[in-house]
Design a binder for this molecule. Structure first.
Ligand SMILES: Nc1nc2c(ncn2[C@@H]2O[C@H](COP(=O)(O)OP(=O)(O)O)[C@@H](O)[C@H]2O)c(=O)[nH]1
Ligand SMILES: [Mg+2]
Length: 332
């Protein structure tokens, strides 16, 4: 039997939304063996060439228990009703012992097994890249090639954990009633204001409504203090009974349309790709490697040039890593 050329055939299967192909492609991007890197780069390049360009990526942050998984599930159903295909990437906290994703999230994202327009994948965060799995960037590229909407759920909310912005076109922050500390962080400008806020668990009644009012006041405060320039949507929903979910789909859709219309979507993608590439590279080659490449400013220019030319983050990181090692060897 002749083995098929994996990246090309695989890319074809992914863009046709074949479940087995999507699953295999995601496993491939998670494979950290150096021998797989070349194949992954070729796969991502092939996917880029076939990309439809109208896929959108929506990130979800928020503290554990706020209802992110439940809401992602409810939103996915709503998007399916609207005729959009949906890929979901749920990044779980890693178990420090096994290094694997903790189960549990899976249970709350329960797509119709007969619907081939929805696909769910869990990934362990691996404890780096701020709550985002190391392979998440490439995984989002794979899902984007297959699905109209890619929903990315990440662990937590806060300074180092908001890296979902590097892969998402827009971010939804999910809060639950009595999230006082987060409101304080927002007010103080410690947390960045996302495009969309959701107060989940509206079915709990007055306590949820009070949180929504407090959130509105905190955002107003942050804006008055010059800590935020845009006005986020603030919505009340219940992932459990579904109320407010169509409104969330509308708000996210409007945000994405506005971003695409103004050109900011392309800017966000480019900046996200640059920042992700630099992070990935810095982790691999360290400060010495960055110095060998001429320092951070020069590096940013090189990365941005390649991103503008359409190269994928992983291939840029791999090339620069090779450069860094060559230079380090030569000067050793
Ligand atoms: N009452 C109520 N409970 C909810 C709602 N959404 C989620 N939950 C519950 O909140 C808990 C955490 O939900 P989960 O989706 O796993 O939150 P995550 O950790 O942010 O992903 C679970 O017990 C859910 O059943 C909601 O809209 N209303
Ligand atoms: Mg979850």
């Amino acid at each position: 039997m002749v083995a098929p050329s994996p990246p090309i055939d695989l890319a074809d299967g992914v863009t046709r939304r074949h479940r087995a192909a999507v699953g295999r492609a995601l496993s491939l991007v998670e494979d950290r063996r150096p021998s797989s890197t070349e194949t992954v780069v070729r796969l991502l390049d092939a996917l880029r060439k076939q990309s439809r360009g109208d896929s959108r990526r929506i990130g979800f942050t928020g503290p554990p228990g706020a209802g992110k998984s439940s809401l992602v599930s409810a939103l996915a159903r709503e998007l399916r009703k609207r005729g959009l295909t949906v890929g979901i990437l749920a990044v779980d906290p890693s178990s420090p012992r096994s290094g694997g994703a903790l189960l549990g999230d899976r249970a709350r994202i329960d797509p119709d097994p007969h619907d081939d327009g929805i696909f769910v994948r869990s990934m362990a965060s691996g404890g780096d890249l701020g709550g985002l799995a190391r392979a998440a960037f490439s995984a989002v590229e794979v899902l984007s090639a297959a699905f109209d909407r890619v929903l990315v759920e990440t662990v937590g909310v806060g300074q180092s954990e908001t890296d979902v912005e590097l892969v998402a076109d827009t971010t939804v922050m999910v809060l639950q009633p009595a999230s006082g500390d987060i409101l304080q962080f927002l007010k103080a400008g410690i947390l960045e204001i996302p495009d969309v806020f959701v107060v989940n668990k509206a079915d709990l009644g007055e306590v949820a409504e009070r949180t929504r009012r407090d959130l509105t006041a905190s955002v107003k405060h942050a804006r008055a203090a010059g800590l935020a320039f845009h006005e986020p949507s603030i919505l009340s929903v219940s992932a459990i009974d579904g109320s407010g979910v169509p409104g969330l789909a509308d708000a996210v859709g409007q945000t994405l349309d506005a971003l695409a219309g103004s050109g900011d979507l392309a800017v966000r993608r480019r900046e996200g790709a640059c920042a992700w590439t630099e992070k990935a590279l810095a982790r691999r080659v360290g400060e010495l490697g960055i110095e060998a490449l001429g320092g951070r400013v020069a590096l940013r220019e090189r990365v941005e040039k390649r991103v503008r030319e359409g190269a994928c983050g992983l291939s840029i990181a791999v090339d620069l890593e090779r450069d860094a090692i060559r230079t380090l060897r030569a000067t050793a």
